[in-house]
Design a protein around this ligand. Structure first.
Ligand code: PMP
Length: 318
């Protein structure tokens, strides 16, 4: 789809995968005016193809677009774009345990000019890639590096938007994590409250069953997290979205008040956090049953193995 100031959204097409021609002065290449989404298509045992809460991704894309001064794509167009792609690429949706087709909708400024202002010509695309099981031989706990130096986002910044610049800013801290033999980075805000990992939200389970997750204007609102917390609320857990300081995390684990820490996102669904490592400490993290049992319930819904009682699935084929 193309958007222009004069014509709005127009010219939907499905073309074979290949390079996109861009003017070297296209605004996205210089000013990063770009937003994207990540969502999966799942094949059920009867062969039908479904996606999960696309309205949520569509609305998040609108919020991201607004922050990046890009035009908002109507949610109906968003869902329709997934259907159109599946209509030609259904064979690419794999079947089998934890297999899916990862869909990557994205929007960027195509207009060629060198001044700094919102572009008047924008493109919206969807590409797809088959995704195998994220874990082989069971879900493995990840090790997390505490980034003391770098922030992922700031107040009033673009932290809540899914825009490339946030990910660009997370690459250097991510390399620091690898150098310290960790899988992922966890970011703090300027008050040393826990934000999120580079591509996943963080959730804490307390001894009394309360589930706490960091919430702020600079955290990307994960759809996996929202769904897992709804499933946990259905089971009677009390859910709190609030600030969690690094101190609360570390002392809660040390005292046994926090009984599980896990991360969640579309790609890995749920992964327990096994170790939190900083410049001068290594804290083993408690892992437990709740993360894995919520993961099982969510994937059972996504793959059509149990009833979709929240009506989260949307059929993409037929
Ligand atoms: N935080 C960040 C920074 C992310 O990139 C993602 C992945 N989109 C998430 C959280 C989790 O979001 P979701 O559950 O919607 O995939």
């Amino acid at each position: 789809l193309t958007w222009t100031v004069q014509g709005g959204w127009h010219s939907p097409t499905v073309t074979p995968y290949g390079p996109i021609a861009l003017d070297p002065a296209a605004a996205v290449l210089h000013y990063g005016q770009e937003v994207f989404e990540g969502i999966k298509a799942y094949r059920h045992a009867d062969g039908s193809i479904h996606t999960f809460r696309p309205d949520q991704n569509g609305r998040r894309l609108q919020r991201s677009a607004r922050r990046l001064a890009l035009p908002e794509l109507p949610v109906a167009y968003f869902t329709q774009s997934l259907r159109e792609l599946i209509a030609v690429d259904a064979a690419w949706v794999p079947s089998g345990e934890d297999q899916s087709l990862y869909l990557r909708p994205f929007m960027f400024a195509k207009e060629a000019f060198l001044g700094v202002r919102p572009a008047h010509k924008v493109g919206y695309y969807v590409i797809a890639s088959p995704a195998g099981a994220y874990f082989h031989g069971g879900v493995n706990p990840v090790t997390i590096w505490l980034s003391e130096h770098y922030a992922r986002a700031g107040e009033g910044g673009t932290g809540a938007a899914k825009t490339g610049g946030n990910y660009a800013a997370s690459l250097l801290p991510q390399s620091e994590a690898y150098e310290n033999e960790c899988d992922q980075v966890v970011f703090l805000d300027k008050n040393r409250n826990v934000e999120e990992l580079g591509g996943m939200n963080v959730v804490f389970v307390y001894k009394d069953g309360t589930i706490v997750t960091p919430q702020s204007e600079s955290i990307l609102e994960g759809i996996t997290r929202d769904s897992l917390l709804q499933l946990a609320a259905d089971r009677g857990h009390h859910i709190e979205g609030r600030s969690v300081s690094l101190d609360e995390w570390r002392s809660g684990v040390a005292s046994g008040d926090i009984v599980e820490v896990f991360a969640c996102g579309t790609a890995a669904v749920v992964t327990p956090i096994g170790v939190l490592k900083g410049r001068d400490f290594i804290d083993e993290q408690p892992t437990g049953e709740l993360a894995l049992s919520l993961r099982q319930e969510l994937t059972d819904i996504q793959y059509g193995r149990i009833e979709d009682r929240h009506n989260w699935l949307v059929r993409l084929d037929g």
